[in-house]
Write a protein that binds this ligand. Structure first.
Ligand code: GDP
Length: 485
């Protein structure tokens, strides 16, 4: 009964094993302390050392963040160009993350940039994005301060920085032999297409120059965490933070990202209406990169995958000669709610119709739901982003999940849920790949650009693919990418 449920619920740990701090206003960001009631349980627990380091990072963000004396001094320095060797000025240094590309990309970048800030003792500051979309999507993660880069940040064109900038890590390393004198900041270009010289930033350590720059501006559209594991300087610290290497994104994203009340309302209303009461929830994320038009081969692939992995029941087809079997009584039958996300409604309509027209072989009741079908992708468009984020969170609330390879949208939904997905391969030849999908090695996102060289040797050679970094493996779906396991 509901009374018993309440007792069970009240025992749930809203602080997620110490990951979160108490004391935030619950009303202004309901998801922060409510999410635990929607997720089954914590897939991984945070280590005591991670918890300690998070509390220290919060203190750093408060002490050095926007509005503080140290911040005002630091932004004055970057404005006037009075930098160089500012190692210990106020003990405050900064990492500014440029926000670009889709929502999945931004979630992966933010979470892994946070790890980088934590490892390098920098304050993380977020570009609110074109149209200031970030505050509509996520609550503030750090108590008593803001993570939003103030509007008056003195480098006015920082969003346009690219590899040719004199401040780019690759240029500083190669053309200036690591001298940062006269530079206002160092620019880290860790975009998925970054050149080998810029990927050297992953290997930076105390003998290098980055720590001498008070300001670092980072461009990342992907999950940079796996690349950080290539750096021997961080290995011990990473071991202490994450005894289980497959939990990096899961724990950090659940710490850092809390959807706003607008998003969380959409998530919980949909969940309560269509997913909550089912015996099992299956998520299917359909991302088609080559076409906005419906593709039969994609539908075939989804059904081949769900059949292969026994995720969806088969249906009873009409008999030869036209006889239709009598309907199977379904009282007491198991129910399965299928959440489909995608830009097109066609796949959802087909699957739903299949389960309407025909009975399942075992009598299981299958309901099929898709929150939105936006048609095509838009960038930094408020209402569109809001739906996309709500759907990423809904995916994370399923029990099992099928995702589309190469899609950061799918990686984000998977990782937030602590779910190990079934990943559908991307068919590049117009055919249904065989096999259609595979069970992933871990719940971690795939990193698309990491150093393809040994950080201890620093040979910039694209062809040398480092294989012996512990816990780093080639991704299932993107053969030049790597993921933590
Ligand atoms: P990726 O391109 O698959 O790696 O994922 P991103 O999230 O980075 O970019 C895709 C963008 O397209 C999303 O941010 C959304 O704006 C939109 N989009 C893609 N798939 C969906 C979907 O299933 N639902 C919604 N609402 N939007 C989607």
């Amino acid at each position: 009964g509901s009374q018993r449920e309440n007792v069970v619920e009240s025992k749930k740990d809203v602080l997620l094993g110490g990951l979160l701090v108490p004391g935030f206003d619950e009303q202004s960001c309901a998801s922060r302390y409510q999410s635990t009631f929607y997720y089954k349980n914590m897939t991984r627990q945070p280590s005591p050392y991670l918890i300690k380091r998070l509390r220290e990072q919060e203190a750093l963000q408060r002490r050095c963040g926007p509005g503080t004396e140290p911040y005002i001094r630091a932004s004055e320095r970057i404005r006037t160009g009075a930098t160089t060797d500012v190692d210990h000025i106020d003990g405050c240094s900064y990492l500014v993350l440029i926000s670009y590309r889709g929502l999945g990309n931004r979630i992966l970048a933010a979470t892994s940039a946070f790890l980088y800030a934590l490892l390098t003792d920098r304050v993380l500051l977020m570009d609110p994005g074109y149209g200031d979309t970030l505050p509509r999507l996520f609550c503030e993660p750090f108590p008593g301060t803001t993570w939003l880069l103030p509007r008056d940040f003195p480098v006015s064109n920082f969003k346009d920085l690219n590899e040719s900038a004199p401040e780019a890590y690759g240029n500083v390393a190669v053309n200036r032999s690591g001298s940062v004198s006269g530079l206002r900041f160092v620019y880290l270009h860790l975009d998925h297409g970054a050149s080998p010289a810029n990927l050297l930033a992953y290997c930076d350590d105390h003998r290098e120059f980055l720590h001498r720059a008070q300001w670092a501006v980072l461009r990342a559209d992907q999950y940079i965490a796996a690349g950080i594991f290539f750096n021997p300087a961080y290995r011990d610290e990473l071991d202490r933070l994450f005894p289980r290497k497959d939990a990096v994104f899961y724990l950090l994203s659940r710490y850092l990202l809390h959807p706003t009340n607008e998003i969380w309302g959409m998530v919980t209303r949909f969940y309560n209406a269509y997913m909550k009461d089912a015996d099992e929830r299956l998520g299917i994320q359909i991302r088609v990169f080559d076409s906005n038009k419906p593709l039969q081969r994609i539908l075939d692939q989804v059904l081949a995958c769900t059949a292969q992995e026994h995720l969806l029941p088969g249906v009873v087809r009409k008999k030869e000669g036209g006889g239709v079997p009598p309907p199977i009584p379904t009282a007491g039958a198991r129910s399965k709610a299928v959440l489909i996300t995608g830009l097109s409604s066609w796949y959802h309509d087909n699957i739903r119709e299949m389960y309407w027209k025909s009975a399942t072989a075992g009598g299981e009741v299958v309901s099929v739901h898709q929150p939105s079908h936006e048609g095509y992708q838009r960038w930094f468009h408020g209402d569109h982003d809001v739906k996309a984020l709500a759907e990423i969170y809904l995916l994370s609330l399923t029990d099992r999940i099928v995702t589309s390879g190469w899609s950061t949208f799918g990686y984000a939904g998977t990782g937030l849920g602590g779910l190990t997905p079934y990943i559908m391969f991307r068919g590049l030849d117009g055919l249904v790949p065989s096999p259609p999908c595979t069970k992933a090695m871990s719940m971690e996102p795939c990193s698309f650009a990491v150093p393809h060289f040994d950080c201890t040797k620093k040979e910039i050679d694209r062809d040398v693919i480092q294989v012996d970094v512990p816990h780093v493996r080639a991704c299932e779906d993107v053969f030049w990418g790597v993921k933590l396991t």
